[in-house]
Design a protein around this ligand. Structure first.
Ligand code: GRF
Length: 222
């Protein structure tokens, strides 16, 4: 059984979805043992408590990045965490943190990386006028929103979209691909070779896959 630690800063909908995917049996072989937030009022902390998962606010005030991360890493180690799941965690990790959990940290970003890294990714996509947007789950490396890509989803961008409507469309797919990535991770199916993630024993899809794939679709397809 793999032990997961979740870091978040806000709403917590991705965390909740991963939790539900464990409860439903979609993700096997994993349990969320601890949730940590850098924000005292993060709704994700409430979700954890409602579900009887240990949850901590660790106050970043007055600490430099590395000292703060040392506290967070210590807490994760107390709980013997195998994998760290970033779910809307709005802090850049120090190299101390990344080295402590090398190749064992996952993040989700609301864009088709490597495009639109950083904050307000959906707005960046709108401003560029792209016709497709999406989300990416990736392993975390020292570079922000970089690292080997595990799963991506695609959604169309419509002429009348604003940041809110596009974010909502992307979020629906985030809730599919993050549990999928965690499932593959916990089934030991992810192989990283030269910065590229391969899925062990994955069937090679034919072109119809891209038409029928539920992770790619329009308003009704997602
Ligand atoms: C998501 O859009 C995620 O891609 C980004 O932060 C947001 C977190 O949302 N990293 P939630 O807290 O999981 O609802």
């Amino acid at each position: 059984m793999y032990r997961l630690g979740v870091l978040l800063s806000g709403r917590g909908s991705n965390f909740k979805n991963i939790l539900n995917s464990i409860k439903s049996g979609f993700i096997k072989n994993a349990e969320i043992v601890v949730v940590i937030s850098n924000k005292a009022d993060a709704n994700g902390l409430n979700i954890a408590k409602e579900n009887k998962i240990d949850a901590y606010f660790i106050d970043p005030n007055g600490k430099n990045r590395e000292d703060y991360d040392k506290e967070v890493v210590a807490k994760l180690k107390d709980y013997r965490v195998d994998f760290v799941i970033l779910a809307g965690y709005m802090r850049i990790l120090s190299s101390y943190f990344i080295r402590s959990f090398e190749n064992r940290i996952l993040n989700i970003h609301p864009a088709l990386l490597p495009s639109f890294k950083g904050l307000h990714a959906q707005m960046q996509a709108l401003k560029k006028g792209v016709k497709f947007a999406g989300a990416t789950v990736h392993f975390v490396t020292e570079e922000l929103d970089d690292g080997p890509i595990i799963v991506q989803s695609i959604v169309p961008v419509f002429d009348n979209d604003d940041e809110e409507s596009l974010s909502a469309r992307i979020l629906k797919t985030e809730h599919k691909i993050y549990p999928l990535a965690v499932k593959l991770l916990c089934e030991d199916k992810l192989l990283v070779e030269n910065g590229r993630v391969k899925i062990k024993n994955a069937e090679v899809p034919d072109e119809n896959f891209f038409i029928t794939n539920p992770l790619i679709g329009g308003e009704d397809g997602i």
